[in-house]
Design a protein around this ligand. Structure first.
Ligand code: PEP
Ligand code: MN
Length: 338
């Protein structure tokens, strides 16, 4: 972090600022310019809020040179994190993990049928929302606790571990016992109370990127979870809001290599919520594999026309099976097992 002082700062005030910074456990490299003094802060600056330094009347400018996240940063931890759940190794660059299932759990037959078909096609984890964050309070809100029970039945039938979304910090204990990967939805990416609770959880967290979150904000949310002690975080790029309305969201493919450079955490792509249109799921999925994502989370419904949520972007079982074949073929050329 670099701190530029106002040209009129006296030697005495410069010394006060230096000792204030040293008291925070950092070293300071002082450069006396012709106009002003520049302080280079050396050490872990992730705990320093630039705005606090800006409150000092002698400080003109504060610039970060290192990222504000630490546990999520590749600089501090260069080795790729691999999250192991069931047969999946999310983050192992030689393996591509596909999580599939309906947007929402609707009833027993639906979730059990979809679970069996995605398993037969090669998915290694089952998704399905029981608590749904809907824009309208009048839309289907999910089966809630009954939905969790149905997911557990589908898991018992297929052996597929469960990925499902949590909305409230009050539910963490229940999710810890019933769920294999706890999903934080885009709308809750900055629900800091929830993130803090999940920091204490023993299960991996799938952290979706917020609707309009920058990569840094997203990684700072991962940092919240990791700072609490839970280092098993999987990032999920699910499209961001842009001026474009043709797609539901704009899949930010460039976020994948960016995150891989900045962080050691695995990153998966959600082509379904990115596109909002079923026919686009396949090309976006292949692009995700090509650009280095660790896997996908895809919506699949046994009868998309009748889905209670997100039918337009859901694949039917045959379309999902075709997608898996294409991914496996592409994976062969890239040395990646699907
Ligand atoms: C979902 O996965 O069903 C979902 C609601 O996704 P997002 O939080 O990305 O909108
Ligand atoms: Mn959905």
């Amino acid at each position: 972090m670099v701190v530029c002082l106002n040209p009129k700062t006296t030697k005495e005030d410069v010394d006060k600022i230096i000792s204030y910074i040293k008291d925070m456990g950092l070293d300071v490299q002082v450069t006396e310019g012709q106009q002003s003094t520049i302080l280079g802060l050396i050490g872990d600056t992730s705990k320093i809020d630039p705005n606090t330094l800006m409150m000092n009347v002698h400080v003109d400018k504060v610039m970060r040179v290192a990222e504000p996240f630490k546990k999520a940063s590749r600089t501090f931890n260069p080795v790729d994190t691999v999250v192991k759940v069931g047969n999946a190794e999310i983050g192992n660059r030689k393996k591509f993990t596909v999580i599939a299932g309906p947007c929402s759990v609707e009833n027993h037959d639906q979730i059990v049928e979809v679970a069996e078909s995605v398993k037969n096609s090669g998915a290694t984890l089952l998704r399905g929302g029981a608590f749904k964050p809907r824009t309208s309070p009048y839309s289907f809100q999910g089966l809630e606790l009954e939905g969790l029970e149905l997911l557990k039945e589908a898991k018992a039938n297929t052996g597929l571990p469960i990925v499902t979304e949590i909305m409230s910090p009050k539910m963490v204990e229940k999710f810890e016992s019933d769920v294999d990967i706890i999903q934080v939805g885009a709308r809750n990416m900055q629900n800091f109370d929830l993130l803090k609770e999940l920091g204490k959880a023993s299960k991996p967290i799938l952290l979706k990127r917020g609707l309009s979150a920058t990569i840094e904000e997203w990684l700072m949310s991962a940092e919240y979870i990791m700072a609490g002690g839970n280092e098993n975080v999987i990032l999920c790029e699910r499209g961001i809001r842009t001026f474009e309305t043709y797609t539901r969201n704009t899949l930010d493919l460039s976020a994948i290599p960016a995150v891989k450079k900045l962080s050691h955490l695995p990153v998966v792509v959600d082509p379904s919520h990115s596109a909002g249109r079923r026919w686009m799921v396949e090309p976006l999925s292949l692009a995700a594999m090509a650009i280095g994502a660790d896997g996908l989370i895809v919506e699949v419904h046994n009868c998309p026309e009748k889905a209670l949520c997100d039918g337009a972007q859901s694949l039917d079982p045959k379309q999902f099976d075709d997608l898996m074949t294409k991914l496996r073929n592409m994976g062969k050329n890239l040395g990646i097992e699907v």
